[in-house]
Structures are given as structure tokens and as C-alpha cells.
Design a protein around this ligand. Structure first.
Ligand code: FAD
Length: 464
């Protein structure tokens, strides 16, 4: 019998167009699929609460799918490189197949694993979680792109992406399975309180759920161009957590959408932002914790040790700022683990500019509460919003939340997520305080727009 081959699953929890799975199946020997819950390697970047909820559900689905193929999913907990090396030793495996991941901690872990495995087994990493292997599109002078638009144009030349093999029919089991943890013992689902009770009403983690969202989006793709900015309309794909956990490949999405409409360009462009974010974190591994712009590194943010600042931050997190569109977004986030992109931009801008709170505080909150929390996409978008990034909005461009709310017709969205305002019609619902119809149960604005704007510009004037 051939020596076993290990599949090392991380954020690539699918069997189709998954090069590591295809390679292991093609090895014509027993296959041992493994997922390791590693809270040590990423240190403070361990998975947040909402992501852990998603992971639990997604692993259940993957395990069931593998069983249908005559296989299983071995679960282990600990430092991934060490745990894998131990499994290699105990099973006599000679190859470990996985997909590349570009978060700095994973790149370190991959190097460590190669060192530990040494002569015993080979670590073979494949591409496939992005449209192109990050780092492959280069500028005319051979360097990586820093700015999104030229990056997109260069990427476009290489599209459509290649799609890998369909899911294998069967994966040969080993004679003896290594020991596995029980998923329930990992306690990924929240208890006391179970703040994720509503998540299951909004999401179906796993490949079937991803395909469902993709098919539902096919009919809407024509309207994406205009509709993607309207939080009251269900015109975006809601594929982000499925993409983050790798339950569907971006190449599959590209082909499905590019083939149904010739108005797909805007959507495909958004999909490329995901690749762009990887391109940025490969160049700047500190992107999640340090402003790219030196000016923004020394901006006099308000001090988080100050009780009033803490109170403002809490109001933002809880959706009690008195700005309906911001509050609707933050409450949608808490209830569902997701927020509409237009509202993410408004809520992020409000925290950074109106409240003058360091973008890294907001990034951390999103990291913990988003089901699609992604090191690349989250840090790139927060730095974009702050005006601190390599390709960013200017700090002095301050979004007016109330104007944004009206412009992007957020009335129904607010009525859905802020029940205190459920009876208010447009235009009152966008700014009940200004219209003199604020219900007593809804908070007053924690800061006036003009005052927040002036304070932000004042802080920026000190560093420009
Ligand atoms: C402050 C802030 C933080 C964000 N944090 C994250 C995050 O942690 N994880 C994350 O996946 N997205 C993040 N985004 C980007 C974006 O909001 C989400 O990808 C999008 O809302 C997901 O919904 P959707 O799947 O319906 O997107 P669609 O509009 O249907 O887009 C399709 C796919 O394209 C990708 N995409 C779209 N816009 C962006 C973008 N601006 N940046 C990167 N990828 C994009 C996503 O994978 C998305 O699923 C953030 C945006 C902001 C402003």
C-alpha cells in the first residue's frame, strides 16, 4: 500500500477546484484530511467570535461531505506546524498538500513546517484561493502594484481564471485513522450569552450555502452596478464569508457571473479587491496594525483610556450613536455577523473621523464580529477608510452619514435594524433629531456632524 497523503485544510474548506484535494486524490494512496484549530500561531490574530461560529458549522459540513467520499476529517488543536509533523510521523505520510495562505503568521508556520518535516515528508502548497497567485502580477518595472486601479487593469489581462478539477468521487481511507478531537469539545459556538442565535437565520455555512448564494445572485448580477450601494436592496452577493473560508473558489464565481451578463464588470472588479488585499499584505505584513502613511501614525487620536472615549466607542459598537444609518449597520453586524459594504464605509468613517478614534480599534471590533473577518480585506478597507493606506481615500474627505443615508436610500434598512425608528417614514428616518421626531427610546447624536468634522480636520492639520 502507498504511504498516506495528508490534506491540510485551512481557509479552503471545499473539495471542488481545490488543488490540494485534487493532488492528494491523484496520489493513488490513502488520504488523511486534517483541520487544525491553531490559536497559538496567529497570536492576537486568533479567529474572532463570529468566525468561530462560522468555522464550527463549516467543519460540520466538510466532515459530512468527506464521509460521503468514504473519508473523514481529522480534527486537532495546537500549533499547526508541530501537530502536522506529529501526524506525519505517526501515520508514515510522505506528502502534505495544502493551499497557500498569505497572512504573515501562516507564511511563518509554513516555513516552520518545512523545517520540522525535513527529510520525513514534503510540504506541497498549491494556489487556488485567489483569482491569480498573489504576487504574480507585476508592474512594468517588475515590482508589485501598490495602487488598485492599475492592479485591476493588469489582473484583467490574465482573466478569466483557470478552474481546477471537480470534487473527487472518493478518497481512499487509511487502514488506521489517526485520533481526532471532537468538534463540540472545541467550544467554537458561543454560550452564556449565545449572541449568535440569529446567525443561522441568515447563513448556511459550507459549499452548498455558497452555491445557493451564488445562484441567488445570478439573477441580480445585471443590477449590481447601481444596486450595490443600496443597503435596503438585496442586490449584493453575500458571498464574502464563503469566500473567506474557501467554501467556493473565486474562479468558480468569476465564470458563473461573467457568463450570465455582459454587465458583470463592476462585480468582477469588486472580486479583484480581494486579490488586491492579498497583494498588499504580502508587501506590508504589518498592515493590520500600522498605518502605511507616516502622517497617520502620529495623528493625535483620542485617548482610549479616557472614559468619554470609551463611552463613545461603546455607543458605536452597540449602534447607539444617534446616527440612524451608522446604528443600523452596527446592529446588523451584531445580529448577523455581516454588514453591507456601503454601510461599512459609513460606519468606519464615522468612527475614525467623527469620533476621532484610531482605525485599529474599529478593525479589531470587526475582526471579532464579522463572519467574513479577513486579515487582508479588513485591514486594507480600514486603512482605505482612514486615509492611511497605500491606496486610500484622503483623510480630509469626510463622509456625512446623513447625506449618505439619503443618497443611498437607506430608509428601509434603518427601519429593519433600528426598531425604535420603525414607524418613521422618509425623510424623517434619516435624521429624526433634526426633524424634531426622535422617539425617546432612540439616543441623541453623540456628536454633531459639524463638530466632529471640525475636530477631525483640526487633528489632521497638526500632522499634515
Ligand atoms: C471598513 C471595512 C471593512 C471590511 N472588512 C472586510 C473583511 O474583513 N472581509 C471581507 O471579505 N470584506 C471586507 N470588507 C469589504 C466588503 O465590505 C465586503 O467584502 C462585502 O461587503 C461583502 O459582501 P458581499 O459578499 O455581498 O459583496 P459583493 O459586493 O457581492 O462582492 C463580491 C465579493 O467581492 C469581494 N469584495 C467586494 N468588495 C470588496 C472590498 N472592498 N474589499 C475586499 N473584497 C471585496 C468580497 O469577497 C465579496 O464577497 C470591508 C469593507 C470595509 C469598508
Amino acid at each position: 500500500m502507498n504511504a498516506p497523503t495528508i490534506i491540510w485544510f485551512r481557509r479552503d474548506l471545499r473539495l471542488s477546484d481545490q488543488a490540494a484535494v485534487a493532488a492528494a486524490a491523484a496520489a493513488h494512496g490513502p488520504v488523511i484530511p486534517v483541520y487544525i484549530l491553531d490559536d497559538e500561531t496567529p497570536k492576537h490574530r486568533r479567529m474572532g467570535g463570529a468566525s468561530r461560529w462560522w468555522l464550527h458549522r463549516s467543519l460540520e459540513v466538510l466532515e459530512a461531505t468527506l464521509r460521503d467520499k468514504g473519508s473523514r476529517l481529522i480534527l486537532r488543536r495546537g500549533r499547526a506546524a508541530e501537530v502536522l509533523a506529529e501526524i506525519v510521523k505517526s501515520t508514515g505520510a510522505t506528502q502534505v498538500h495544502g493551499l497557500h495562505h498569505h497572512e504573515p503568521w501562516w507564511r511563518n508556520a509554513e516555513r516552520a513546517l518545512e523545517r520540522i518535516l525535513a527529510e520525513d515528508a514534503e510540504l506541497i502548497l498549491h494556489h487556488g484561493n485567489y483569482l491569480l497567485p498573489p504576487g504574480t502580477v507585476k508592474t512594468g518595472s517588475g515590482g508589485p502594484y501598490k495602487i488598485y486601479t492599475p492592479f485591476w487593469k493588469a489582473m484583467r489581462q490574465h482573466m478569466p481564471p483557470a478552474v481546477g478539477e471537480a470534487s473527487p468521487d472518493r478518497l481512499e481511507p487509511p487502514e488506521i485513522w489517526p485520533e481526532s478531537d471532537s468538534l463540540a469539545d472545541w467550544k467554537l459556538l458561543p454560550t452564556k450569552p449565545d449572541w449568535a442565535t440569529e446567525f443561522a437565520d441568515h447563513w448556511q455555512p459550507g459549499t452548498a450555502g455558497a452555491e445557493k448564494n451564488l445562484e441567488a445572485f445570478v439573477d441580480k448580477a445585471e443590477q449590481y452596478d447601481d444596486g450595490r450601494n443600496l443597503p435596503s436592496e438585496p442586490l449584493v452577493s453575500r458571498l464574502s464569508p464563503h469566500l473567506h473560508f474557501g467554501e467556493i473558489s473565486p474562479a468558480t464565481i468569476w465564470h458563473r457571473i461573467a457568463n450570465v451578463t455582459d454587465r458583470a464588470e463592476t462585480f468582477l472588479k469588486e472580486l479583484v479587491w480581494r486579490d488586491y488585499a492579498q497583494n498588499v499584505i504580502i508587501q506590508f505584513p504589518q498592515y493590520g496594525s500600522e498605518s502605511y502613511s507616516e502622517k497617520l501614525r502620529i495623528l493625535p487620536w483620542r485617548d482610549m483610556a479616557d472614559a468619554k472615549v470609551q463611552q463613545d466607542f461603546k455607543a458605536w459598537c452597540q449602534g447607539k450613536t444617534g446616527y440612524p444609518v451608522v446604528d443600523a449597520g452596527m446592529r446588523e453586524l451584531w445580529a448577523t455577523g455581516w454588514m453591507h459594504n456601503r454601510v461599512r464605509m459609513i460606519a468606519a468613517s464615522f468612527l475614525i473621523k467623527h469620533l476621532l478614534i484610531d482605525w485599529r480599534e474599529g478593525e479589531k471590533w470587526f475582526w471579532d464580529t464579522l463572519v467574513d473577518a479577513d486579515f487582508g480585506s479588513n485591514s486594507v478597507n480600514w486603512q482605505w477608510s482612514a486615509g492611511s493606506g497605500v491606496d486610500a481615500n484622503m483623510f480630509v474627505r469626510i463622509m456625512a452619514p446623513l447625506t449618505q443615508s439619503e443618497k443611498f436610500k437607506a430608509g428601509d434598512y434603518i427601519r429593519q435594524w433600528v426598531p425604535e425608528l420603525g414607524d418613521l417614514d422618509d425623510p424623517y428616518v434619516h435624521d429624526p433629531e433634526e426633524h424634531g421626531c426622535r422617539p425617546a427610546s432612540y439616543p441623541t447624536k453623540i456628536i454633531a456632524h459639524k463638530e466632529g468634522r471640525a475636530r477631525a480636520l483640526g487633528a489632521y492639520a497638526q500632522v499634515k
